[in-house]
Design a protein around this ligand. Structure first.
Ligand SMILES: [Zn+2]
Length: 200
């Protein structure tokens, strides 16, 4: 007769059986009351919808210009990747690499893996485990919020010298901020771990 998996309390080490939770439910330790695990408030389909929306916005944000500068009748605009290339050509390889890694590569890879993990049902546990570990490891390196803050400071400073025209990509990145914040609260790696087949 199958039994629920065991879980140990991080605070008092009491080993107890896991119980299925309703959406938004919280399991607490029977002895000390510490939180053992939670169920996300929304289902996997909600997380998937957030991921797909964020991925579409991220693609648009990388196609269209992020900002335009008008000065003395000349207008110059650049995409985010164009800005990375410019930084690289200006011998600022470290900054170019950081921007490329934290603003382009990490969000794109994270969303791709999350969508794959949520839509496919024929994944081997090894590949899925690797993908999930990558997603969890990459999350602290997604720095769209820091990028937007830095960009806004630059726009305010440059506005005294030239006319700044916000590009489509800027609005997309602005929309990505609440989406990623929502994703952080709804994505629950534990639920994906629980759905993976155990190695025999
Ligand atoms: Zn406990």
């Amino acid at each position: 007769m199958p039994t629920n998996p065991l879980i140990a309390c991080h605070d008092c080490d009491l080993v107890q059986h896991e119980v299925p939770l309703p959406l938004g439910g919280v399991a607490t330790c029977a002895r000390c009351g510490a939180v053992l695990y939670r169920s996300s408030r929304y289902g996997k389909s909600h997380t998937l919808a957030l991921c797909i929306t964020a991925a579409i916005l991220l693609v648009i944000a990388n196609i269209f210009p992020i900002i335009g500068i008008e000065s003395q009748g000349n207008r110059h605009q650049s995409t985010l990747f164009g800005a990375v290339q410019t930084l690289w050509q200006e011998d600022m390889g470290l900054i170019a690499g950081l921007v490329f890694f934290t603003i382009l590569l990490v969000p794109a890879l994270e969303l791709t893996l999350l969508i794959w993990l949520h839509v496919t049902s024929r994944i081997t546990s090894g590949l899925a485990a690797l993908a999930l570990r990558l997603v969890v490891a990459m999350q602290p390196w997604r720095m769209v919020e820091v990028f937007m803050l830095g960009l806004l400071v630059s726009v305010v400073k440059l506005s005294h010298l030239a006319h700044i025209v916000p590009g489509v990509a800027l609005w997309c990145f602005a929309a990505l901020l609440p989406l990623f914040a929502l994703l952080n609260t709804t994505f629950n790696p534990r639920e994906l771990w629980a759905a993976m087949p155990l190695k025999q």
